[in-house]
Design a protein around this ligand. Sequence first.
Ligand code: NAD
Length: 500
Amino acid sequence: MSTSPLPPFTARNYDFTPYVAAQNWIDGAWSEAKGRTTETVVNPRHGKTMGSVPLSGTAEIEAAVAAASAAFPGWRDTPMKERVQVLYRVKALIERDLDELSWLVSHENGKTFAEGKGEVLKGIECLEMGISIPNMAAGPQLDVSRGIRCETSYEALGVCAGITPFNFPFMVPLWMLPQALVAGNTFVLKPSEKVPYGAVKLAALFAEAGLPAGVLNIVHGAKECVEALVDHPEIKAIGFVGSTAIARLVYGRGCALGKRMLCLGGAKNHLIVAPDADLELTSTTVAASAFGCAGQRCMAAAAMVAVGDTQAIVDATAAAARTYALGEDIGAVITRESVERITRYVDGAEKLGAKVLVDGRKAIVEGAEGFWFGPTVLDHVTPEMPAGCEEVFGPVLSIIRAKTLDEAIAIENASPYGNAASVFTQSGGVARYVMERVNAGMCGVNVGVPVPREPFAFGGWNDSKFGHGDITGWDGFRFWTRARKITSRWAQHKDMTWMS
Ligand code: NAD
């Protein structure tokens, strides 16, 4: 165990830069997960190993939960207005280290520096939401009859846990930590083993900001580690973000044990384009949604449903796709297997009759031997093709043609997912018609990535989310708390009735 500070990540450009072996953070100290195998952490832009991560199991989860349990009473009994001071300091520290953190996210995930910075800034916004909780968390109270007062308070659950995906190593942990910690819980975070450094840095920053030892613990690992976490009897609630297949598994396993679970899954988002849509705004916005973060966003435009005569918008969208410079505007995808999977989808669609308008297969970036896939636009995809209905999770826009708005809505409604859906139109009536009928939790009008910014809450529907409520905003606070209802009588009242 060591409490020595984490060395800075020194890269200030895309040149390959190794970093330390990621360690677990348990009870306020770094620990090695002795005897466990390690996995390499690969910089996707270069395809080279930049560090390593331990694949922890039951023993490391036991140690982290024991630390979190021991820290719980002290943290729970610290007033909320004091707890939140730690978050104010974390915000200042993230701002201090903004460039370092953005480059680190870029190097471990493969996204561009600008996207890395956007992610860190969005993480700050999530922290701000947590910081504002004390202004919202005063519970209601009311004299419900003569001499009788009812009140509600929101109380911590105990030891909670979070399991996060590779695509937002810094931001997704911050969907959970602010609300969970401000509520008075202690926490065990299991980040994606592909991108451990965002969480490692967060642990170091929370410690520097004065968070007591044991309140936040990081344990690295994969399936075995997740199962040990979900099965641990001391863990009361779990937030999960990842693919639908794993979200469903984790949700079922936790619910069977009576735990509070909220598991966000994958997506296939439809952007419905009406013939009256603004050409410039629509083409550039759809392209930005499809190709930003190399399409590795659960909110990415996956399918553009072009209604009626929208040929000019289709052409302009393909033209916009061609303006993206690989390596500069679009980063690498996470693994070689991702390149192979995305290639299979594009090859398969082409074989089934789709037209490849822009072809990102075999794209390379001079001087970077990593995992590349260029922006790709497929036209005349049908909803039955795998590229038309499954999550590709790469920079591929599938254009599906529809004759009418109702046909487009029916295509969207038939998807088992329900994360996001947008409409592009200049008609308020069309926008309203579509917004009232799409089968998705986060909807947009002339917006390509309809992420609800704080304080609005993030969460999809259907196979994009298992569990009740959203993961951020006020819903997030409610997920990590339970409501205590107190009914009090402190005075005898002469007008008391049977209700009193
Ligand atoms: P993933 O499901 O492979 O992994 C997510 C987490 O689950 C990781 O921490 C991983 O270690 C763990 N895990 C993997 N296999 C497991 C198993 N068999 N048992 C238990 N745990 C396991 O997801 P990913 O590839 O890291 O992330 C991409 C996916 O996440 C995409 O499907 C994307 O749409 C989704 N995602 C969804 C949202 C959302 O808000 N709905 C946000 C971000 C990403």
